[in-house]
Write a protein that binds this ligand. Structure first.
Ligand code: ARG
Ligand code: ZN
Length: 868
């Protein structure tokens, strides 16, 4: 065989959407035989291929040891194909080709957690987006769909042998080894292939679909974690029902398996019938995991399940279309979660994530459209923009259409494209045809980057009792995307009578009905003016209810009007949004804090009594990191920190005894359901931390008692944070106790690392202590993220000694696990906004790193980050 080296430069590695070409060969069937041994794995494959268009037969492969290749029974000799580090290319292949290949791979030393890898005693796969080419040579692209039969063979010390589809046969191979053969009847792309080999216990259940199919449900985990799989199992059954009821989509196979693995780059993966999950996204138990983690488990279970229709049965034509499946599936899981807890709180939580991650990403050097038009490494595009902004685009269309028409649109999408690999255009055309509403303008949201600014201005005329609202959109120029187009922006709004606090019935012809509860206006040009009549007083306007569009709103509210909305808005999301806007003015524009403090003092007792969960969110004060993302130059972490501390201290002082009274009166046990209990726990923790600010030493006793007496992780962790972050006398002892209590619980230990790394006064020495701890493990992304994520919670630390921590990690992971390395590095992407000398220091550190890294992931990320 002849190996041709591939010179690595960004120019020749960039892939463009406009260059898409159909594959020249399709694969009808694949037979895989995967034989796992201690120090190597042999993969044999038989592909039945058929020519579709003119061109070479190309099989993609990376880091494979090729043993042999045959076409139609005849071994190829070296002159008949070209092999390089990325592919085998066969010229003049016959139109019908049975390709037989044998390769050797090394899952036992695969640290990238991509392809087939060994994690402790478990062998698992992660093939999205381009991992299958690390298992064998294959047309590893999502528009090649095939039927897979998989034989897995391993030592009997691994009793569990799983692959996609139905189990056909099991048997022994000599005394020591055994095998299983699985057949997946559905046509799928290679990124959805999965297999698992290991020693795991299983939780079993079943579900009967609306079509009467009895589906066996199985969740695999290590024995001691099986009790922690019950919440996930319930969420799975709930998701299956939910997709039938809301989208008319029943499940299509006789089994659905989920496997929990502790070493995983991302959250989870929707492999057909055999999901593989990060333990953090499947294990849920009030004793061992926090409420936030429990909510996340349920949403990720739903997310991966929903992919079965939006992603698997209808997949992406190419990886530029990633947001087609991810944006839609996130929108679906968000809607599912809105049914699990209060819809307003779920929306608050989702928008918080959007604003904390996607908005900053979209305003900095990593900004890209939800559907990018070029990339070097597709793994770098599993971003907040693709996922979260992608979901927002779907939500805007759903808001505009209303429930019924949106459903007609999705029905049409499933009717037209089931079994196909499609594009964003196909989705928009189906939705338009099915609903009868032309949505083609929404394509612009997919194709261009940036968060639009929506400027609104109101004028009231008392003599005519009319109110004119003018709206205007604008986008910041983007170097790589010069021709930005106007976007369709749905603006949900309500008007309030300032005297009575009541909502006006909207009298305005321009509003869209469509079964949408709030009045919605569609701004589909650069600017517009709408008029409301019959208003006896100058109204208070509440704009973008439920965050009806992912834009930055600028409206000349008075601080008093924002305080009014906190008290009188009936839309919980906009109550929250009003407090956040008020806070930004105080913290970033030096407005006085008193109005906010008074409004909170006045409003919260009522809200706490009625809806503790919503109340807990209304106490949110934007994080320092989020506030930083609103500052584009001369950012000084200390200044933001001090202002935020001053505000929280003033709030704590103003609330005084109220915090303790509230704390003592809140009763978790008296709550009707999990979501209310979750609200009470969150509030108790907020009250504790506000009391700690009042310098009340009794609070440490209360916290310590809460720490010891509670068997609930949210309460325990909440109390531990108060003790540790305030250097309480009990802190060290509580940390030790926590460590010993959970020494065998990886997810709880992640909390232990995180809390210490997130200490506001953490030092480089403290971080070094954590990263040299016996339980720190660079092979486990969750553990890495617990320390780096904790560090990231305090920008003062992050932008001083934290920079070296991130740079060292990126350097190490560049070789060992570049997917995770590049992601962590993205957290430094706002370096350019720092004031000097930190700006130049960080820039030099990044430039020095650039000279030392090789992976496409890290190099592409650094190139973008440094091009500001
Ligand atoms: N498709 C998975 C999801 O549900 C994410 C997989 C991403 N994997 C990766 N290596 N980038 O969102
Ligand atoms: Zn997904």
């Amino acid at each position: 065989m002849n190996i041709v080296a591939n010179p690595v430069t960004e120019a020749n590695q960039t892939v463009y959407l406009k260059d898409y070409q159909k594959p020249s060969f399709l694969v009808d069937t694949v037979d895989l035989n995967i034989q796992v041994y201690a120090d190597y794995t042999k993969v044999s494959s038989i592909l039945s291929m058929q020519r579709q268009t003119a061109g070479d037969l190309v099989l993609l492969g990376r880091d494979l040891e090729l043993q042999s290749i045959k076409i139609n029974g005849v071994a190829l000799d070296a002159a008949e194909y070209q092999l390089d580090s990325e592919q085998i290319c066969i010229k003049n292949a016959p139109d019908i080709a049975k390709v037989e290949i044998e390769v050797i791979i090394h899952p036992e030393s695969n640290t990238m957690l991509e392809g087939l890898y060994q994690a402790g005693d478990l062998f698992v796969t992660q093939n999205e987006p381009e991992g299958f080419r690390k298992i064998t040579y294959y047309p590893d692209r999502p528009d090649v769909l095939s039927v897979f039969t998989t034989r897995v063979e391993a030592d009997k010390k691994y009793p569990v042998l799983l692959a996609n589809g139905n189990l056909l046969e099991t048997g022994e191979v000599g005394a020591e080894r055994h095998f299983a053969i699985w057949e997946d009847p559905t046509h799928k792309p290679s990124y959805l292939f999965a297999c698992v080999i290991g020693d795991l216990a299983v939780l079993k259940d079943h579900y009967v679909t609306s079509e009467g199919r009895n589906v066996a449900l199985e969740i695999y985990a290590i024995e001691k974690d099986i009790p922690k799989c019950q919440i996930a199992m319930n969420a799975l059954k709930h998701s299956m029902r939910w997709d039938e009821e809301h989208y008319g989509r029943p499940y299509d196979l006789d089994n659905y398996m989920i496997v929990a693995v502790s070493q995983f780059n991302m959250g989870a993966m929707e492999n057909k019938g055999l999901n593989i999950f990060n333990t953090s996204c499947v294990l849920a138990d009030e004793e061992y995991t926090t409420d936030a983690a429990i909510m996340r488990v349920q949403s990720v279970i739903a997310h991966e399940y929903f992919h079965n229709w939006t992603g698997n049965r209808i997949t992406c034509r190419d990886w530029f279309q990633l947001c087609l499946k991810e944006g839609l599936t996130v929108y679906r899981d968000q809607s599912f979660s809105e049914d699990l807890q209060s819809a307003a709180v779920q929306r608050i939580d989702d928008v918080e994530v959007l604003k904390a991650h996607q908005f900053p990403e979209d305003s900095g050097p990593l900004s890209h459209p939800p559907r990018p038009d070029h990339f070097v490494e597709i793994n770098n595009f599993y971003t907040a923009t693709v996922y979260e902004k992608g979901a927002e685009i779907n939500r805007m269309m759903a808001t505009l259409l209303g429930k019924e028409k949106f459903r007609q649109g999705t029905d049409e999408y499933f009717r037209r494209h089931d079994g196909q690999a499609v594009t964003v255009e196909d989705w928009i055309s189906s939705l338009s045809a099915g609903s009868g509403v032309d949505l083609s303008a929404f394509l612009n949201w997919y194709n261009q980057p940036g968060t639009p600014k929506l400027t609104a201005h109101g004028e009231y005329d008392a003599s005519t009792q009319r109110y004119r609202l003018s709206l205007e959109q604008s986008l910041k120029a983007h170097a790589k995307y010069p021709n930005l187009k106007d976007l369709p922006i749905p603006v949900a709004l309500a008007l309030f009578n300032p005297k009575t606090g009541e909502q006006y019935t909207l009298n305005c012809a321009a509003l869209i009905e469509n079964g949408v509860k709030d009045g919605v206006y569609l701004l589909d040009q650069q600017s517009a003016v709408i008029e409301f009549s019959g208003l006896s007083e100058q109204p208070v306007v509440s704009l973008l209810r439920n965050f009806s569009a992912p834009v930055n709103l600028e409206f000349n509210y008075s601080d008093a009007e924002l305080a009014f909305l906190l008290q009188h808005e009936t839309n919980g999301f906009n109550q929250w949004q009003a407090t956040q806007t008020l806070l930004e003015r105080i913290l970033l524009e030096d407005h006085p804090a008193q109005i906010y403090i008074d409004a909170i003092k006045q409003t919260m007792p009522n809200v706490i009594a009625q809806d503790p969960l919503l109340a807990s969110r209304l106490f949110d004060v934007a994080s320092e990191g989020y506030l930083a993302s609103r500052i584009d130059q001369d950012y000084q972490p200390e200044v933001v920190h001090e202002k935020r501390e001053a505000l929280l201290n003033a709030l704590a002082t103003a609330l005084g005894e109220f915090c303790k009274e509230t704390y003592l009166s809140l009763d978790v046990a008296a709550q009707a359901d999990f979501s209310q209990a979750m609200g009470v726990r969150a509030l108790k923790n907020i009250m504790l931390s506000l009391m700690a600010r009042q310098g009340d030493h009794q609070v440490f006793d209360l916290a310590h008692t809460q720490y010891q007496d509670s068997s609930n992780m949210s309460e325990r962790v909440g109390a531990l944070k108060v003790l540790v972050w305030n250097d309480a006398p009990q802190a060290e002892q509580a940390l030790q106790d926590f460590y010993h209590r959970y020494s065998d619980e990886a997810l709880a230990l992640d909390q232990w690392f995180m809390i210490q790394a997130a200490h506001p006064k953490a030092t480089a020495e403290r971080i070094a202590y954590l990263t040299s701890h016996a339980d720190y493990d660079l092979g486990t992304p969750n553990r890495i993220r617990s320390v780096s994520g904790g560090l990231n919670a305090n920008p003062i630390n992050m932008w001083s000694f934290g920079v070296a921590h991130f740079i060292d990690l990126a350097k190490y992971l560049d070789e060992k696990n570049p997917i995770v390395g590049a992601r962590l590095l993205q957290q430094l992407s706002r370096w350019y906004s720092l004031a000097e000398p930190q700006r130049s220091q960080t820039q030099s550190a990044l430039q020095a790193l650039h000279a030392q890294v090789k992976s496409k992931n890290v190099v592409e990320t650094l190139n973008s980050m440094l091009a500001v």
